[in-house]
Design a protein around this ligand. Structure first.
Ligand code: SF4
Length: 347
C-alpha cells in the first residue's frame, strides 16, 4: 500500500502545490526563516513577513549583525516574539560557532536556539536530504485518517507514535520532496474539513472507508487558557506618550507598552490606584476602552486608560515618543491595535 500512497501523493503534489517564495530557493537560511514564521502563522500572512524580513536581513550575517530591537520590529504583528529573539540569537550562533554555515543534520541543527525537532527535521530533509520525517499538524491529520490512528496527537506518546509512522512511510530517496508533499496535502486536501470526494487517496483511506474522518485526529482535552487582567495607562505630555520595555521573562519580552498594572479582575481601576502604584502626582486619568485578546495559553482582558501629565516622568526602561511617530519601537499587536483606534481620535 505504501508505494501506491507515495505515487498518488507525488502526482497530487505536482498538480496542486502552491507557488510559495521559499520554494524557489533551497538555501538553509530561507527554509529556516520560512519554517519559523509558519510555526504559528497562516501561509498568506506569513508570505509578506517573509519577504519584508528577507529584504532587510538577506542572509544570516545581516541578521546576526542587527540589533535585537530591530529584529523584533520586523516581526511586529506576527506574535510569539520569542521566535524572533531566538532567530537573532541562533543567527549569531551560526556566524560565531559554525563559521556562517548551517549544521547539516537534525541532531546538530537542534543545537541552535529555538530550533526544535520539527524545524530541524524540515531543514535537514529539505535542504540537506537527510532521510527524516517532518511531522506537523497537517501530517498528524493525514496519517491519523489514512491509517485510522486513534492515539491522541497532543501528548508525547502520541507524537512519538506518529513520528514512527511517518518515518516508516518516508521516501528515503527524496525525503524533502516527500515531507513537503505530505504537509501540503494536509494543508490543501486533507484539511480539518477534508475534501474526500476529489481525493486520490480515498481507496486507501481507512478513516474514509469507516466513516471516521470527522473524528480524527484524536486529541486529549486541552487545558483552559489562563486569564490575565492588564490595565494599561497611556501617559501623554505635549504630543508625546510614554512607553516602557517589558524585561521580565513573560509574554512580549523586550517589546514596548504603556505603563501597566496587572490585577485579578477586569473592574475599571480608580485614577487614585494609578497615582499611588505608579507614584504619579499631577495627572488626569480617564478610562478609555477594553479589549480581549487570545494567545495560545492565555486569555488577556485588557483595559486602556489615558493619563495627561504635566511632568515628564521617568521609569526604568521607558521613553517618551511622539504620539504619531513611535519610530521603530517593537510593540505587541494588541497595543498597536489600540493605537490604530485612538491616535487620531483621542489626542
Ligand atoms: Fe483525507 Fe478524505 Fe483523502 Fe482520507 S479520503 S486522505 S480523509 S481527504
Amino acid at each position: 500500500m505504501f508505494p501506491r500512497i507515495k505515487d498518488e501523493l507525488y502526482k497530487w503534489y505536482s498538480v496542486n502545490k502552491r507557488d510559495l517564495p521559499w520554494r524557489n530557493d533551497r538555501s538553509p537560511y530561507k527554509i529556516w526563516l520560512s519554517e519559523v514564521i509558519l510555526q504559528q502563522t497562516r501561509v498568506q500572512q506569513g508570505i509578506s513577513y517573509y519577504l519584508r524580513f528577507l529584504e532587510r536581513f538577506p542572509d544570516v550575517y545581516s541578521l546576526a549583525r542587527a540589533d535585537e530591537q530591530e529584529v523584533l520590529y520586523f516581526w511586529q504583528g506576527l506574535g510569539y516574539y520569542s521566535r524572533a529573539r531566538n532567530l537573532h540569537f541562533a543567527a549569531n550562533q551560526i556566524v560565531h560557532n559554525y563559521n556562517g554555515l548551517f549544521p547539516e543534520t537534525q541532531k546538530d541543527l537542534m543545537n541552535l536556539k529555538g530550533v526544535g525537532e520539527y524545524t530541524a527535521a524540515a531543514i535537514a530533509s529539505i535542504v540537506f536530504n537527510e532521510p527524516i520525517a517532518v511531522v506537523d499538524g497537517n501530517v498528524f491529520r493525514v496519517l491519523s485518517r489514512l491509517f485510522d490512528i486513534n492515539i491522541p496527537i497532543n501528548n508525547s506518546e502520541g507524537k512519538k507514535a506518529f513520528r514512527q509512522k511517518a518515518n516508516e512511510l518516508l521516501d528515503k530517496q527524496q525525503p524533502g520532496l516527500f515531507n513537503e508533499a505530505l504537509m501540503e496535502f494536509g494543508a490543501l486536501q486533507c484539511k480539518v474539513k477534508p475534501d474526500c470526494h476529489s481525493c486520490p487517496m480515498q481507496p486507501d483511506c481507512q478513516a474514509f472507508n469507516s466513516g471516521k474522518t470527522a473524528e480524527l485526529p484524536f486529541k486529549n482535552a486541552i487545558k483552559p487558557r489562563v486569564k490575565r487582567f492588564l490595565h494599561f495607562l497611556l501617559l501623554q505630555h505635549n504630543g508625546r506618550v510614554f512607553l516602557t520595555k517589558r524585561t521580565e521573562n513573560d509574554i512580549w519580552k523586550n517589546l514596548f507598552q504603556p505603563l501597566l498594572i496587572e490585577t485579578g479582575s477586569a473592574d475599571v481601576l480608580a485614577p487614585e490606584t494609578f497615582r499611588r502604584k505608579l507614584k504619579l502626582k499631577e495627572v488626569q486619568i480617564r478610562y478609555l476602552c477594553r479589549y480581549e485578546h487570545f494567545l495560545t495559553h492565555r486569555h488577556l482582558v485588557t483595559c486602556f486608560y489615558e493619563g495627561v501629565t504635566k511632568e515628564l516622568v521617568k521609569y526604568p526602561h521607558g521613553q517618551w515618543v511622539a504620539t504619531d511617530n513611535r519610530g521603530d519601537l517593537p510593540i505587541p499587536r494588541l497595543i498597536e491595535k489600540f493605537f490604530e483606534q485612538y491616535t487620531t481620535t483621542q489626542y
